[in-house]
Each structure stands twice: as C-alpha cells, then as structure tokens.
Design a protein around this ligand. Sequence first.
Ligand SMILES: CSCCC(=O)C(=O)COP(=O)(O)O
Ligand SMILES: [Zn+2]
Length: 203
Amino acid sequence: MWQQRLTQLVTACHWIGSKGWAPATGGNMSVREDEQWCWLSESGRDKGTLTTDDFLKVNIATLQAPSGRTPSAETGLHTLIYRLFPEANAVLHVHTVNATVLSRIEKNAQLALSGYEMQKSLTGQQSHLDTVPIAIFENDQDIAALSARIEAYAQQHPLHYGFLLRGHGLTCWGKDVSEARRHLEGLEFLFECELKRRLYTTE
Ligand SMILES: CSCCC(=O)C(=O)COP(=O)(O)O
Ligand SMILES: [Zn+2]
C-alpha cells in the first residue's frame, strides 16, 4: 500500500517540478506508511527529479530517520500533520510564486477564499457562495516552534486542506496522493485568481 503511495508521490514530485513549484531545491513531500512511520524527501534535493531512493523512513513521533540520512528541514510539519489528521496520507509542500506573494499581501492570519467555483476542488466544498479560510502562519526557522504554533491553532480552529507560511509557501495534504495533488492544484489556482483580483480591483 505505502509502496504504491510512494511511487505515486514520485510522479507528483515530477509534476510539481514541471510546474516550477519547487525551485532551487525548495519544497518537500511525504507519504504515510502507517500510524508510526512516514517517508519524507531528503533535505536539499531537487524535488523535481526525485526517485524513490530519495525518500527516507521517518518516525512520526520522534522525527528520527533510522537510515542516518537527513530528512527535510521541515520534517516536523509533515509529522505534525500525520499526528493531527489520522486520515492524511500524503503531504506536499511547495514554494509557488502565488503562495509566496499572496501570503505577504494578506496581512491577516487567514486568507478568506470566496466567490470561486474552483473552491469545489477542495474536498467537501459544494458552493462558491461559501468562504474557505486558509490559515497563514508567520514563517519561522525554528520548525519545532512553528509546529507548536500550528498545533495550538488547530486545537482552536478547523484546519482543512493546507496552510500558508508567510513569504515561504504552501503545505497541503490529502487522504491519498491524488487528493493532495488536487488540493495543491486547486489552491494554487485560487491563489493566482485572488492575487489577480487584488491587482485589478480595489474591493
Ligand atoms: C531553498 S529551500 C529552503 C528550505 C525550504 O523551505 C524547503 O522547503 C526545502 O527544505 P528541504 O530541507 O526539505 O530540502
Ligand atoms: Zn519550504
């Protein structure tokens, strides 16, 4: 099961690379093996050309990688998502221009998406008339501190689909690689629309 997920993740990484969403080694990706373990991209790799050998088995509770190799610098965000959301089986983190810029233009702690048909690309969304809040967290080089802030937020608010790191990028997830890809592509489309709307209108 997880082996198939990992193969699908490698394909997703190549797609992300072809879109230019993981420039200059930015981004990281993972899939869950089970309750205890996940497979995370090795730190510092070009994420658009990864193979299955570039993913490291990581303990979700301890963040340890038995191989001794170094998993993503943002391992703590992936393991947090697997701990918080038992239904999440794939996590994608990207550095898209739209996510990076929009998260700086929006000064609030949430980006409110509404009025877009493409909101329905997000699981459970049924109408453009609803508002989908996407949390924005201040970026932090201290990933343990950032994880603690995200965990505290998640205890008070619903946290669906993904979150933005201000000036950094988007982290999103799904019940499988296919759903995580749809959330990524849907959110990225919505971010681009929202950026353009803000450029061309004053509302
Ligand atoms: C030039 S990318 C800076 C680090 C980062 O934000 C990222 O997503 C990649 O880090 P990793 O350790 O996963 O390669
Ligand atoms: Zn990053």
